[in-house]
Design a protein around this ligand. Structure first.
Ligand SMILES: Nc1ncnc2c1ncn2[C@@H]1O[C@H](COP(=O)(O)OP(=O)(O)OP(=O)(O)O)[C@@H](O)[C@H]1O
Ligand SMILES: [Mg+2]
Length: 447
């Protein structure tokens, strides 16, 4: 993956280094000319002063010897006097191989080393000054480095500054990524363009276009499912009516075909209802705000609505709700969870069975257990029953296979979790609902 930050640094750091080296080379060239001319001027003045001294005193002056240290580190020049026959009369240091130059002025000479030699030809005695070239280069490099030093020191500083600026400039992009990551299929609101930098704005505008198209596609799909479900209801109601009339005409004589017809109509009714419920639930997430409720009230409402089913099947329903559990959830979602689980328990428990609903605590927080005396679910299918339209083979009870899928998605949206387990003490299913942390964990109120 290419990174803008990395690319920028990969280009800029070498650029800085090349600039610093370039600055140093240019400075060296300038110093070579300027300092060279200045040092040559000094040698010229020194040679002149020796010549004047010689003219005045009419004898060779005594020369203080120049050692290696002074020659190489201080740049002290060696002083030489030569006669008209190019014979060395006196030298402040032996310079083997070096002769008197043919013309006055400065020049570079190689003789057992590199030297800058300044010659002042005169009669009867000529003066020649010899300075170490390596000393002169050292001085020039030093000065060149001194002028490039600020640029070199600025490199880490400007990289730091650059890093900071790049980070700040890319911040809106990071914010945009975060906003998009937090979105789900229910939140297709447009992304804000106002504070975005000009470079990112076209991206946001096209994303907003895409979001709009998605929104309208979802709305069309939602409308289609709702319309289809509504349209199905009318002929279904007519079918129910026709079946009732047929039964009335046939009187009390048992009729298998009619029973099956009524069962089919019932299943179709249930399917349409569940489909509508699922569709509405998916799209109401952002419309309904979570509320603070005592979960016991939600459970009691579910149970009282389903009591007629229990009565019809003579199922003993036990409700143990010992203490209040105040949680924040969307009430319709919580109802959906308990309606589906309690309805399943009642539906799949044979006549005369028992269903117990218990509010208690686990290590993870408050839980509600819905325990029945039905056949349970084979362990390998415990995960599959949450799939949409999944029904166990050979199921005699009518249903659409959507109930647990509806309950599961409602639970997830509200920080709840459903776990199904077969009972170990006898046949039957135990459905456990893990609730969000209760807001009254310090209270203990008996119901
Ligand atoms: N308490 C239970 N005991 C035994 N089997 C169960 C129980 N609850 C669910 N099941 C099995 O899981 C399947 C899926 O359940 P789910 O509630 O999703 O659909 P359904 O009950 O068939 O239809 P509906 O959409 O009308 O609820 C059921 O068909 C049933 O086979
Ligand atoms: Mg069900």
């Amino acid at each position: 993956m290419t990174s803008l930050k990395r690319q920028l640094f990969a280009w800029l750091i070498p650029l800085y280094v090349v600039t610093a080296i370039g600055a140093m080379l240019v400075s060296y060239r300038q110093y070579e000319t300027n300092i060279g001319a200045f040092m040559d001027g000094q040698l010229h003045a020194l040679a002149n002063s020796h010549l004047q001294q010689l003219t005045l005193s009419k004898k060779l002056p005594a020369l203080s010897p120049v050692d290696d240290d002074h020659l190489e580190h201080d740049g002290t020049p060696v002083v030489q006097f030569w006669d008209s026959d190019k014979r060395l009369l006196s030298s402040s240091r032996p310079m083997p191989g070096l002769t008197l130059q043919d013309a006055s002025g400065p020049r570079d000479v190689d003789a057992n080393g590199s030297w800058r030699v300044y010659t002042l030809l005169a009669a009867p005695v000529s003066v020649q000054l010899v300075q170490s070239s390596s000393f002169r280069h050292r001085v020039m490099w030093h000065s060149a480095w001194k002028s490039a030093e600020p640029v070199a020191l600025l490199i880490p500083l400007s990289i730091l500054l650059l890093w900071f600026v790049v980070r700040r400039s890319l911040h809106p992009l990071g914010r945009l990524v975060q906003t998009i990551a937090q979105k789900d299929e229910h939140d297709l609101a447009e992304l804000p363009v106002d504070r975005a930098p000009a470079e990112i704005t076209p991206l946001i505008v096209s994303m907003n276009g895409l979001l709009q198209r998605l929104q309208s596609a979802f709305t069309t799909q939602q409308r289609f499912v709702q319309d289809a479900a509504h349209e199905l209801r009318t002929p279904l109601a007519a079918l129910v009516l026709q079946a009732e009339r047929l039964r009335a005409r046939l009187g009390d004589t048992p009729h298998d075909e009619l029973d099956r017809l009524e069962l089919g109509i019932q299943r179709l009714h249930r399917l349409v209802d569940q489909l509508l419920k699922l569709e509405r639930q998916e799209w109401s997430v952002h419309k309904q705000e979570p509320q603070t409720v005592d979960i016991r009230d939600v459970i009691k409402d579910s149970v009282s609505e389903l009591l007629p089913v229990a009565d019809r099947k003579r199922i003993d329903v036990g409700c143990y709700l010992p203490e209040a559990s105040i949680i924040r959830v969307r009430v319709s979602d919580a109802r959906s969870v308990f309606d589906n689980l309690i309805e399943n328990a009642l539906r799949y428990t044979p006549e005369g069975g028992a269903v117990d609903i218990k509010l208690g605590r686990s290590a993870e927080g408050p839980v509600v257990d819905i325990v029945d005396t039905g056949p349970g679910i084979p362990p390998e299918l415990l995960g599959r029953v949450f799939d949409r339209f999944y029904r166990m083979l050979g199921q005699t009870e009518s249903g659409s296979g959507l109930g647990l899928a509806i309950a599961q998605s409602a639970a997830h949206r509200n920080g709840m979790r459903i776990e199904l387990q077969n009972r170990t003490d006898r046949t039957g299913l135990s459905a456990r609902v893990y609730l969000p942390a209760s807001l009254n964990s310090h209270l203990s109120i008996d119901s």
